[in-house]
Design a protein around this ligand. Sequence first.
Ligand code: AMP
Ligand code: MG
Length: 494
Amino acid sequence: MNAPAPPFFAFDNSYVRDLEEFYVHWKPTPASKPVLIRLNEELARELGADPAALASPAGIEILAGSRVPEGAEPIAQAYAGHQFGQFSPQLGDGRALLLGEVIDRNGERRDIAFKGSGRTPFSRNGDGKCALGPALREYLISEAMHALGIPTTRSLAVVATGDMVRRDRAQPGAVLTRVAASHVRVGTFQFFAAHQGPEQVKRLADYVIARHYPTLAASAQPYLDLLAAVGERQAELVARWLGVGFIHGVMNTDNMTLSGETIDYGPCAFMEVYSPGTVFSSIDSAGRYAYGKQAGIARWNLARLAETLLPLIDADAERAVQAATAVIDALPERQAVHWLRVFRAKLGIDETDDAEADRTLIDDFLRILKQDRLDFTVAFRALFDAAAGDATRLNSLMAEATDFADWRSRWQARQPTHSPDLLATMQHANPCYIPRNHRVEAALDAAVDDNNLAPFERLLAVIRAPFDERPTDAEYAEPAPTEFTTGYMTFCGT
Ligand code: AMP
Ligand code: MG
């Protein structure tokens, strides 16, 4: 007979087991009066947990950090990182804890972690807390990204702790439960390279290979291949961000995963009018992490990862640098391949050998959007509508646009008809609904200021089905008022 399943999660904690010295055992701070704000029931089931048990008083205590469930071995993970180009040798989980890992229903190993569960040895001057607004923001945007088909950490729950946290004003505190393929970051490699040396970096690299890139274990040059494989996943990830107008906002090396998932939803936002220089983050005044800079920053971050791997790549330093440089130098081409695939899908054009001609066609459409200050999401969705047989929206949107008639005939000549498959691909490349910044802020304000979760739940329901147009949700497809976007600023959720 099988042993009965544990009541909450069937933990199996490989990081704790395999990587002692890479973390500190630590307990979450109990919450004074936990209230469940949101539970992702579907994700709970995917993790093999019972949603009803998690929503019970005992489950809420666990999700608040007040009670450590059976089998969990909470740890604060060590990492370093380049923040806005400056190296910080010691960051680490200052307001987060890894509760443990489970094998999900699909056989995938997933981390279950808290954000906002109190101070740890890595907290420096921070309080280790998270305010309710930023917790709900991460929940909303990460679930939107998932619905858009973009690799991302997920959100399992938000619990209000009943404790106030001090920010620019006092705000209700919360714990977000985050689920990730793992929390290993470029900054994790940097920590061990800076403090310990190649032997420890090798242990970490072997762990990452086993967990995320198992086919590389048999490679003759596993660490060089690891660098290339991480580069490939990041190239694909950033191309997908660009395809939906996502601006991460804080692409520090500690916010870039080895798994290829989007992580750390702080000052992120979605672009409205197409403009590559778009930045919303209050702390990114130089525009380092602007929409159009993200591919370049990913390469910069991967070069930092490469530096940590050099001693593993080749004992001869010069040869190691040569080999790693070749991988980094190949990234622009890989990024271009993924970008072209994403934007061909957005234009509804099939794959051909003439990449250059297609790049020009895509660039010319983007130039029209930029010149005429058109909303990125609306304009591409209008192209889809036209391809699907209804050009009303495209016609009115482009009525005044210079050069559009010419572009349109080129587009139509390139792809005169759309097979059902091509049309379906196009639809799934062009969401009707994204989490518009003004809607996100309104939902969070209602939740935090008025204790009213209805706008949050409504927005969540809309963005969970982004590709099917629904007349009842028409207002959610509309851009923000220009005045809103002009003054819009996002903040690191600290
Ligand atoms: P982030 O900007 O969210 O990627 O966080 C960067 C670093 O600051 C990480 O080491 C976090 O753990 C730490 N940190 C951010 N906010 C807090 C906080 N409120 N208390 C303690 N540490 C924090
Ligand atoms: Mg971070």
